[in-house]
Design a protein around this ligand. Structure first.
Ligand code: ASP
Length: 335
């Protein structure tokens, strides 16, 4: 039987065209895509192309879109052998991370891709990304959510967009690529997630539930308190320095964080460094966070920590459960 792949178009540069004020998602991109792929139909799996009702520049992505995307995949799950999600690059790593936590134990490949230049523009990187993603979406042992970009398959929840103008926009600083696609496919089987039981959950997200606070020299305790004391807040991602350090000599800042933890906000600590992770006891300025109950995010990316917190908070009412699960590797996001 010929394999069947669902291509879900959500928006992003790949399907954009110039408007008076810059690039915007174009109407009718599904038909353009169909025509583009028709030329090589014989060499491709059978394809179904679906577009979201509202195509977005992924800068406009909200956590509710994660649910829309996951539901669109799950509604067609049994009919397809693999999935390619076309997505804007700006928040692709965030969506890939969220999908990985919603589709734990996936029994099919879910490959996100996009482009830095629209498919219909000269010198577009879209054809290579699209065809690479299609090649990985069937006939390989990949059973996880990946980001395919510029000849490499990265684990979705390890990926970050690191370059705004280069074709190799994405990298996976703390985990090596799962595959490289040259003339031949070099798949690193030993790096893939082992098979696991399906644990699919597509929760309703509350965008107000999670915020990100970046440590910087002179971070105002008023700003930190304004964020930490927000009534709807249930999770806070603190972006610390280096091995996980913050200004522990600022009592009002530490008090704002401690107050949040005490009222049940799950505060997690990711490093601002691209490589490596948080070792919260390495310095006294990090140990101070352990004392007030901040959870170290190890070598998780910001995107993975944020999405994991959102999914866990949408799934569990009890902060203790969220804290415990956050600290565990759930689907390859944490070493
Ligand atoms: N702003 C675009 C988006 O994220 C950028 C891209 O797709 O490359 O939708």
């Amino acid at each position: 039987m010929r394999a069947r792949v669902l291509v879900l178009h959500t928006g992003g540069t790949i399907g954009m065209a110039a408007a008076a004020d810059g690039l915007r998602p174009m109407a009718g991109f599904g038909a353009v895509l169909e025509q583009h792929l028709a030329a090589q139909a014989a060499a491709l799996p059978a394809l179904d192309i679906v577009e979201l009702d509202q195509l977005i520049d992924s800068a406009n992505l909200r956590p509710a879109h994660w649910r829309t995307i996951a539901e669109a995949l799950l509604a067609r799950w049994e009919r397809h052998d693999g999935f390619v999600v076309l997505h804007g690059t700006d928040t692709m790593a965030w969506t890939a991370s969220a999908l990985s936590f919603m589709l734990r134990g996936t029994d099919k490949p879910v490959i996100l891709t996009g482009a830095q230049i629209p498919l219909l523009a000269p010198r577009s990187d879209a054809p290579a990304n699209l065809h690479g993603a299609l090649a990985l979406a069937t006939g390989t042992p990949v059973r996880e959510v990946g980001v395919y970009f510029h000849h490499r398959l990265l684990r979705g929840n390890r990926s970050s967009k690191l370059k705004s103008t280069a074709f190799d926009a994405f990298d996976s600083p703390n985990y090596p690529p799962l595959a490289e696609l040259g003339i031949e496919l070099a798949l690193h089987r030993e790096r893939l997630l082992p098979a696991a039981a399906r644990d699919f959950i597509v929760p309703a997200f509350d965008a107000d539930a999670v915020a990100v606070l970046t440590m910087h020299p002179g971070l105002s305790s008023h700003v930190a308190a304004a964020v930490a004391d927000t009534p709807a807040l249930r999770g806070l991602v603190l972006r610390s320095y280096g091995a996980g350090n913050v200004a522990d000599a600022e009592p009002a800042l530490m008090a704002a964080l401690a107050r949040a933890v005490a009222r049940g906000v799950v505060v997690v600590n990711v490093t601002q460094c691209t490589y490596g992770g948080v070792r919260q006891g390495a310095y006294a300025t990090g140990a101070a966070l352990s004392r007030i109950g901040v959870v170290a995010a190890g070598d998780m990316t910001l995107e993975a920590a944020f999405a994991k917190l959102h999914v866990l908070l949408a799934r569990h009412a009890d902060p203790a459960t969220v804290r415990a699960q956050f600290a565990q590797p759930l689907c390859g996001e944490l070493s």
